[in-house]
Each structure stands twice: as structure tokens, then as C-alpha cells.
Design a protein around this ligand. Structure first.
Ligand code: NZQ
Ligand code: ZN
Length: 390
């Protein structure tokens, strides 16, 4: 097991009616904030109004910036930075999903910086300070509500890049599973694929003695799969308990508890980010395409670990298969699961133009090879995309 330091400052406020706490929690930090959201689902569902009522009751005023789109854009971040500087705002409150939260985090670093905030995403600068960010989450998926990451798309490329720094971790996050009742099945499924991927990225490690976190990862993945079935194919869109399991799982999957003592991989995320940059598809859908292909490409890398994944997560009974067959059966079951919840598992399913593959493979290695479980260069990434063609 590797040495590690585990620290996660995000205060999680979880459960029914918790959005009513937004105002009092925010007031501990600021009385005048940037309120950031999509202007879409949170308005339609009335959830934003509840948040505003809570802010008002606590004497917190706000300047509003809406318009965040999935795969959040740099141009809106620039507007947010401008507003924070002009209005001297010192706190950013995000109401929405990973895209809104990531946009809020980008604004929070940009507000304290004189140059272009893209410098941080282009690795010309390291983010050491940011305005405090808090979140009221509406979709369990990205885990941004307690992560150190922000992922932004620069339309000029398009390039999708991440900043991962401690100063970006939200100070508090409010998670009411009832707010997720309105999620369409497809968005729920994308979130499920993303949280599974966040665990798999950590699970696939060369570290040999990480028994506790291996078991935690496997248990978490099984719970996600079970509850995803309940919500998406079992008619449980309004099933509070199943929604609650998924919502907490989304945070646990990415708050790095499951990454302690081990070095995770993260290659599949880099490979996926190029897909959502170029085709503007949902991150989770891109991961459902990439991850089975990534496992297939690694078939000979560490077969016992891959076979254990097939057995413990997908129920492949080792008595009937050799290692390699077990891995293949695990991939088969994983793809069937993704398909059953409405996700694409290939370029063909998602109608992606394969002519872009060489460009995406090149862009994925802009900062060098990706992945730790196995280092991947442009030709490896191209081969993985090609394994996902059909
Ligand atoms: O845009 P609106 O109208 O609000 O609708 C959203 C959006 O279309 C909808 N939605 C959200 N909550 C809803 C709802 N619809 C009905 N009812 C609700 N309660 O869902 C759609 C997707 O929202 P989005 O915020 O884009 O989803 P997600 O949370 O999956 O975030 C995706 C982004 O996060 C990045 C991804 O790359 C992607 O850009 N990631 C961020 C990470 C991080 N910061 O730690 C890590 C991840 O690996 C990921 O890369
Ligand atoms: Zn992800």
C-alpha cells in the first residue's frame, strides 16, 4: 500500500429538505454571492426558487449568471469572472450538476487572477487560490460536489481540459435525493456510468495490497448497478431510497476515499474527454463507449485483476471460465448493463464519426502519455477507439 494523506473538507448535507439549509450555510461565508446555474432544469423544476427562498431568509443577496450547458464552456466562465470582479463578489454558489459546478469552480479561480483563466487549464499556471465555492447538487454523476476538479471546454479548439487543485474543493454541498426525481432516464444512466468509471479508474491499479479499498470499490460498484436497475429499468424514478443510494454513491465514487493507498489509472477519462470535446456528447455516455474497450485492450496486462473485477462486480463465476474468458465475459456483461440502461457502447451506437479518431488520439496525449495502470500513447489510444467502433 502506498503512503497517503486523506483530507476532504467538503461538508456534505444530505437528505430530504436539505436545500433549506443553503442560506444559513452560505451566510457563514458571504452575504452577497454569484448564483450560478443552467437556467434550464433547475428553473423548470422549481428547485432554484427553493434555494433562493432559503438565501433570502438568511439575508444573502446574489447576482445571477445562468446559461451553463453540459460540457461547460469557457466563454460563460469569462462572463462569470467579469461579474465577480466588477461586483466584488467573494463566493460562488452552484445549483445544478457537474457542468454548473465545474463552471463555478473555473469562475472562482479566474476571479482572483489577472490573466485568462484558461492558463490554468492549459497548464501554464497552477491554481493555488480560489473564491470559496459551494454546491446544491441536482444530478449524481461527476462527483464535482466534493472533488478537486473542474473540467472546461474551450470552444476555440474545441479542447476539454481539467484543473485538479485542492483550492477547488467545495466548502459545502447540499444533496437532496428528491431533487433527482426529475432526471430523465438517460441522464441518470450517464451519471451511473460516470460514477462506475470513477471507481474503476481507482480500482485498476498495479498496487498489490489494497484489500480494504478493493472490497470497498467492488461493493460500491455492485450497489450502484443494483440501484441503477431499480431506478432506470425497475420503474423506480421516484424511489427515494434508490435515488439516495445513487446520490451518495456519486460522491463516494469521487471523494477519493476509494483511491487511498493506491495509484489510479485515469487513462479512460482522458480518452473520453476528447470524445465529449469533439462531439459534445454526455461524459457518461462517452465513458460507456470507452471503458469496455479499454479493458479489452488491457486483456493481457494483469489478467487476474481484470478477472477478479469480472467475478466480484459482474458475477462471472470463475469455476466456469479461465482468466481470459472471465474477463471477456465481464466485458460482455458490462456492455449489456450499459445497453439495458439506454447508453451507447460504441461509436456506431452514438453515431460518432470515426474519421476524427487520429485527431482525438493526438489531442489526448497533448501533455504526454495517459494512464498509470498502463501508459498509453497516441497509437494505443487510437487502437482503443477502434475497439469501440461497433
Ligand atoms: O442543463 P440543464 O437544463 O440543467 O439539464 C441538465 C443537463 O442537461 C440535466 N439535469 C441536471 N439535473 C437535473 C437535470 N434534469 C432534470 N432534473 C434534474 N434534477 O442533466 C444534464 C447533464 O448535466 P451535467 O451537469 O452536464 O451532468 P454531470 O453532472 O454529469 O456533469 C458532466 C460534466 O462534469 C465533468 C464532465 O466532463 C462533464 O463536463 N466532470 C467533472 C468532474 C469533476 N469536476 O470532478 C469529474 C468527472 O469525471 C467529469 O469529467
Ligand atoms: Zn468522470
Amino acid at each position: 500500500m502506498q503512503n497517503f494523506e486523506y483530507y476532504n473538507r467538503t461538508k456534505i448535507i444530505f437528505g430530504k429538505g436539505t436545500e433549506e439549509r443553503t442560506g444559513s450555510e452560505t451566510a457563514r461565508y458571504s452575504k452577497r454571492v454569484l448564483l450560478h446555474h443552467s437556467g434550464g432544469s433547475v428553473v423548470r423544476t422549481g428547485y432554484l426558487d427553493k434555494v433562493k427562498e432559503s438565501l433570502k431568509a438568511a439575508g444573502v443577496s446574489w447576482v445571477e449568471l445562468d446559461g451553463v450547458k453540459p460540457n461547460p464552456r469557457l466563454s460563460l466562465v469569462h462572463q462569470g469572472v467579469e461579474i465577480c470582479k466588477r461586483e466584488k463578489l467573494d463566493f460562488v454558489l452552484a445549483v445544478g450538476g457537474g457542468s454548473v459546478i465545474d463552471s463555478a469552480k473555473a469562475i472562482a479561480i479566474g476571479a482572483l487572477y489577472d490573466g485568462d483563466v484558461w492558463d490554468f487549464y492549459d497548464r501554464k499556471k497552477t491554481a493555488v487560490e480560489a473564491l470559496p465555492v459551494a454546491t446544491v447538487l441536482t444530478i449524481p454523476a461527476a462527483g464535482s460536489e466534493s472533488s478537486i476538479s473542474s473540467v472546461i471546454t474551450n470552444e476555440a479548439g474545441p479542447w476539454k481540459r481539467a484543473v485538479d487543485e485542492e483550492c477547488l474543493r467545495p466548502v459545502f454541498s447540499i444533496l437532496n435525493p428528491e431533487a433527482t426525481f426529475t432526471l430523465p432516464a438517460f441522464q441518470t444512466a450517464c451519471g451511473v456510468a460516470d460514477m462506475l468509471a470513477h471507481i474503476m479508474e481507482r480500482y485498476f491499479t498495479k498496487e498489490s495490497h489494497v484489500e480494504l479499498t478493493d472490497e470497498l470499490c467492488e461493493g460500491a460498484m455492485r450497489a450502484i448497478i443494483r440501484n441503477a436497475r431499480r431506478v432506470i429499468t425497475g420503474g423506480g424514478a421516484l424511489d427515494y431510497d434508490a435515488r439516495a443510494e445513487l446520490m451518495w454513491a456519486g460522491s463516494i465514487a469521487h471523494n477519493n476515499l476509494l483511491g487511498t493507498g493506491r495509484i489510479g489509472d485515469w487513462g479512460s477519462h482522458m480518452i473520453e474527454h476528447e470524445i465529449s470535446a469533439v462531439f459534445d456528447i454526455a461524459h457518461g455516455a462517452g465513458l460507456a463507449i470507452v471503458f469496455p474497450a479499454w479493458i479489452a485492450y488491457n486483456l493481457k496486462e494483469d489478467t487476474p485483476r481484470l478477472a477478479r473485477f469480472a467475478a466480484k462486480v459482474w458475477g462471472v463465476d470463475g469455476a466456469f471460465y479461465d482468466y481470459e474468458q472471465a474477463v471477456l465475459e465481464g466485458i460482455f456483461r458490462m456492455k449489456n448493463f450499459f445497453k439495458s440502461i439506454g447508453l451507447p457502447v460504441s461509436f456506431e451506437d452514438a453515431k460518432l464519426d470515426s474519421a476524427k479518431i487520429p485527431l482525438m488520439a493526438e489531442q489526448a496525449v497533448k501533455f504526454g502519455p495517459v494512464g498509470n495502470y498502463r501508459k498509453l500513447y497516441a497509437q494505443d489510444i487510437e487502437a482503443i477507439y477502434r475497439l469501440a467502433l461497433k
